[in-house]
Write a protein that binds this ligand. Sequence first.
Ligand code: PBG
Length: 326
Amino acid sequence: MSFYIPRRPRRNRQSAAIRDLVQETSVAVNDLIFPMFIVEGAGVRSEVKSMPGIYRYSLDTLLEELKEVTDLGIKCIDLFPNYAEEKKDRFATESHRDGTMYLDALKAVKDRFPDLALMTDVAMDPYSSDGHDGLVENGQIINDATLEILGKMALAQARAGADILGPSDMMDGRVGYLRQVLDDEGFTNVSIMSYTAKYASAFYGPFRDALDSAPRFGDKKTYQMNPANVREALIEAELDYDEGADFLMVKPALAYLDIIKTLNQNFDLPIAAYNVSGEYAMIKAAAQNNWLDGTRAMLEVLLSIRRAGAKIILTYFAKEFAQLQA
Ligand code: PBG
């Protein structure tokens, strides 16, 4: 007995071979950027408590780890510094002073791994005694004075060998300002991956643990975006596009797949999405409790971000994903 059903979508799902043939989206190691943390000292490899499997490395152990990471085919990392409280001040001076731990590390990484695309973060928070991305005066974040500091930071990172700068601060006008500062100094080849639509999110919690960089007062809502808004993301994207960004990034990824899709439909630049610390932590925590299959959840999440329209994914899963493919 069979009904007359001319269109049977299940035919295209009936075997692994056919399923693979009709698969529309995929994830490759080439699409991934691996965010990593560096800390002062030697021989350090300290796990971030809220991010199982993710470590803060000192330069020596970082270089060892990078050998493994690059052997797995990962071609781009985004390096973030963790600084002790005594290195921080209101002006984030440590972000552009000569000979800092972070800037020296960038040089060493670039020297050892010349083919690796090295991305950096441009924002004050890891160096700021206020724990904010911009300069604080009387409890306010001062936009234009922040730009000058970001300009110095960006130049210092470019001089140290950064290939891609990631302004994550959400100050107005920063992409255009950084582009100008870089070009004036001859760094026309240094790219800008703008954190275009960066939302004020609860999902950054574990990252702030990793860097001890949580804001000392208030929140980041006067510069990071309201999770309720999509039209505002288009304004930010238009500005970043006009100001010379090479990539537009959406952050976080999972609660913002619609934003990724909207930017991808409206702009021809490559779209990146940051699968942030809290998104990583959720899956790891659930997997450790055997509440779900962590590997399958990882693959599904990465696929969903690609399906929404991100070409590039910054993800703490990068190494684990690459190991699965190896
Ligand atoms: C800071 C910065 C943050 C992240 C990247 N750059 C945190 C914040 O804005 O508070 C978050 C990354 C993550 O959660 O994985 N400028």
